[in-house]
Design a protein around this ligand. Structure first.
Ligand code: NAG
Ligand code: NAG
Ligand code: NAG
Length: 325
């Protein structure tokens, strides 16, 4: 019952879920197999208004795209009720593509994500499988080294990232370089316990796994699940947010603002938020949160305070309920 209540509340609070009709799973399956409803879109700074579709096992689609085999590759995965053109995905992909440092590929699984939470959850293994196939297609035709692949996922997308990396290892014994979990989804992953731990983000999924927790204990996981776990403002609720969904979204805002300014966030190793608050943090060495994080950061949990400083880097902060507070 708690789960139902939570999901209904989330739907009410999440305008995207209201804007997209909730589709009937059987109706969708009769239309086409789920695999056909997952697509991959490369964005390039030369023209961000058009994308190049990357098609699994299709060399022409890669050769005719602006994919640059000299650059590392970043793969972005949205979560439940979202899609490639939702505001935060647009803002993130544009910020990342504009650095010109990486190939930026967005995973679009929107038809499968616009169903009730339970059904979306059931679709995640096939999404992960296709993400793995897409990345292995880059390896096959472009020689992409798996250590140069970084998958960034929000909410359910964070769990899909982990399972995709697991599938790549299963297929080719290759380990993905990095996974970033942006408030990885808790419902049907952390609680109640999921049967398959392979589907839940953990440090074995990539050479470096970093996780930003912004709605821990609620929509996001509370357990440390990477090599490095960040709990901004204690990790449960974010300033200016009246509702869980707002805090849950805030992880993507922190990420995108760190792409614009890699030195924006300074996190400190502490055992708890209370301990962080009670001590003079200036005595300690700080470590970056966001894009600048790396395997060189000592493993553990990190705390930091985040106020409004990140907002100047974003055209719009994705928290519809801010105005209600
Ligand atoms: C491969 O991709 C190209 C576009 O990039 C498309 O024209 C072609 O039909 C695709 N081939 C197959 C077999 O899907
Ligand atoms: C991939 O990159 C890693 C790290 O740079 C390197 O050790 C490894 O040999 C590379 N693998 C291949 C197949 O080139
Ligand atoms: C897989 O890789 C690990 C280390 O990278 C190696 O020890 C192991 O032998 C490999 N297994 C196979 C089946 O290639």
């Amino acid at each position: 019952m708690l789960l139902y209540g939570l999901i209904i509340l989330s739907v009410i609070l999440n305008c995207d879920a209201v804007f997209y009709p909730i589709k009937d799973l059987n109706e969708m399956i009769n239309v086409s197999p789920p695999e056909d409803q997952i697509s991959f879109h490369l964005y390039h700074y030369t023209d961000l208004s058009v994308d190049d579709e990357i098609i699994i096992n299709n060399e022409t689609s890669i050769e005719s795209s602006r994919f640059d085999s000299e650059l590392p590759t970043k793969v972005l995965i949205h979560g439940w009720t979202h899609g490639k053109d939702i505001l935060w995905v647009r803002e993130m992909r544009e910020a990342m593509a504009n650095t010109r440092l990486w190939n930026v590929i967005v995973v679009h699984w929107a038809p499968l994500s616009h169903v009730i939470y339970f059904e979306a959850r059931l679709h995640t293994p096939v999404v992960a499988k296709q993400v793995a196939n897409m990345i292995l297609t880059l390896k096959k035709f472009k020689g992409t080294n798996m250590s140069d692949v970084h998958i960034i996922g929000h909410s359910m997308g964070a769990q899909i990232s982990a399972y995709a990396a697991f599938k790549i290892r299963e297929h080719s014994n290759d380990t993905v370089g990095r996974i970033t979990g942006l408030d990885p989804a808790a419902p049907l992953y952390e609680w109640p316990h999921t049967e398959s731990l392979d589907e839940v983000i953990d440090p074995s999924d990539a050479t470096f796994v970093d996780v930003i927790h912004t709605n821990a204990r609620h929509l996001g996981m509370v357990s440390p699940s990477g090599h490095v776990d960040y709990y901004p403002n204690g990790g449960e609720n974010q300033p200016g947010c009246a509702f869980w969904i707002c805090s849950h979204q805030r992880a993507v805002d922190y990420w995108t603002s760190s792409v614009k300014n890699p030195e924006l966030f300074h996190a400190y190793p502490y055992d708890s938020w209370d301990e962080y608050l009670s001590e003079n943090v200036k005595k300690l060495k700080s470590y970056p949160m966001g894009i600048a994080a790396s395997r060189s950061i000592p493993e553990g949990i990190y705390y930091l305070e985040v106020g409004n400083e990140f907002r100047q880097y974003l055209t719009s902060v994705n928290s519809i309920d801010d105005s209600w507070t």
